[in-house]
Design a protein around this ligand. Structure first.
Ligand code: AMP
Length: 442
């Protein structure tokens, strides 16, 4: 199957070719014709499968080929893409811009944790495609600074994550104001009862597509467990980085506090490190990610939610400094490496407290991970397990939590509503020169 066989316009194919893609991924091969046909879609696909292009390309095609209602003033929002985290929102909008480089459409991204006024300005001006996190979108709805009356296509991306993060009510309030007649695309990595209920209420005779779960990609990633004592994890990580001369390693910790502490420790060891998590300022996150992607930063320490959707090509090393409390997050984490057939390596530093989490992971991926004890770091065979602290700060020792510890439930005061951010600034509008001269009266 070639991209040219999917029915996309030359302008879009040109942008795809410039990105260097030759063949569509399985989700693209199936979703693109379905979306072009105009029907609803229910797709099971995770980050890394090419799902962003799977919905973005046909949306661009449809919007570009179907002129907007000439009676409408300005640029109404014709496509709304909802996604759980700021990072993902920023990345999707970036993709919209890249894939839509040669079509006359504009896009913007809005998310919380940053000033609302520049967003209001952009929304007033109008864009064809809006990418948003639910919380901030709702803020705009409440303030009357957004008009969603002309949305033709709705995308719920990573719907399972949005529900995990407590966004269901927000999503329902958004759905309630959208025009009844529209195309709905729902993407989710998993299909819980809650997702099925949402899909039943939202989708009309959807095309259903499920592509291989990440679990199957797990095959190409070399995975190892290093048993270690709780308090030896940091020296072990330094030892691994230094002896193997790892130059770009993504390290996962369970808590924000743990991420900060580890950064301090690594820096004392002369290893350049930065943390990326929900408590970090927008500019700190942007900087950390850019430095890491640019190869100037040796270690990026992240929490699960912060790292979700981060797309770094050919990341060679992922370290689970702490195992995730949800087995599926392990698969998401290690999926950051070994992309596009590149060999990747994922190592987990596991202490006695985490043995039951390790068991859950092995059950999920249906294989036992090889254990390798490192000389000088032999774990104490008599060590007793202690309860795991899942959250930074308060409480401690609580083992029962919704799926995502960092983003679960309602936002805390002062904390950003929808996870971490990236992107330069809070809002980005695309409109190349030739688009502007496209005579849309903007
Ligand atoms: P996504 O699942 O949308 O996060 O995409 C994962 C990665 O795959 C991104 O880096 C895309 O740029 C890349 N990608 C998407 N489609 C293709 C394709 N057809 N061929 C090669 N790479 C692709």
């Amino acid at each position: 199957m070639l991209f040219t066989e999917l029915g996309l316009s030359d302008a879009i194919l040109r942008a795809v070719t410039e990105k260097g893609y030759t063949t569509p991924t399985p989700i693209q091969a199936q979703a693109i014709p379905a979306v072009l046909a105009g029907g609803d879609l229910l797709a099971g696909a995770q980050t890394g499968t090419g799902k962003t292009a799977a919905f973005t390309l046909p949306i661009l095609h449809r919007l570009a080929s179907a002129a907007k209602n000439p009676n409408l003033q300005g640029t109404p929002i014709r496509t709304l893409i909802l996604t759980p985290t700021r990072e993902l929102a920023a990345q999707i909008e970036e993709s919209v811009r890249q894939y839509g480089k040669y079509v006359k459409l504009t896009s913007a991204v809005i998310f919380g944790g940053v000033g609302i006024n520049p967003q209001i300005k952009v929304l007033k001006h109008g864009v064809d495609i809006l990418v948003a996190t639910p919380g901030r979108l709702l803020d705009h709805m409440q303030q009357g600074t957004i008009n969603l009356n002309h949305v033709e296509i709705l995308v719920l991306d990573e719907a399972d994550r949005m529900l995990d993060m407590g966004f269901i009510k927000d999503i329902k309030r958004v759905l309630a104001v959208l025009p009844k007649k529209r195309q709905n695309l729902l993407f989710s990595a998993t299909f819980s009862e809650e997702i099925k209920t949402l899909a039943d209420g939202l989708l009309n005779a959807p095309a259903m597509i499920e592509v291989a779960r990440r679990n199957s990609t797990v095959e190409i990633i070399a995975q190892k467990v290093h048993p270690v004592d709780r308090d030896k994890k940091h020296p072990m990580l330094t030892h691994l980085i230094k002896t193997h001369q790892w130059s770009q390693v993504l390290v996962f910790t369970r808590t924000k506090h743990g991420a900060n502490k580890l950064v301090e420790q690594l820096e004392k060891d002369a290893i350049s490190a930065m943390a990326i998590h929900g408590n970090k300022s927008q500019s700190a996150r942007t900087k950390a990610l850019a430095e890491f992607k640019g190869g100037n930063l040796q270690v990026l320490v992240a929490t699960d939610i912060a790292a979700r959707g981060i797309d770094i090509d050919q990341l060679p090393h992922v370290v689970n400094y702490d195992l995730p409390n949800v087995a599926e997050d392990y698969v998401h984490r290690i999926g950051r490496t070994g992309r596009a057939g590149a060999a990747g390596e994922a190592v987990s530093l596991v202490c006695v407290d985490e043995f039951s989490l390790l068991k859950d992971i092995e059950k999920l991926i249906k294989r036992e991970l090889p254990r390798e004890i490192i000389d000088g770091f032999e774990p104490d065979p008599h060590a007793k397990a202690q309860p795991i602290q899942l959250r930074s700060g308060g409480g401690g020792g609580r083992n029962q939590q919704p799926r995502s510890s960092a983003g679960a439930g309602k936002p805390r005061s002062g904390a950003p509503r929808s996870g971490p951010a990236q992107a330069n600034g809070n809002v980005a509008v695309r409109s190349s020169a030739q688009h502007r001269s496209g005579g849309r009266g903007r």
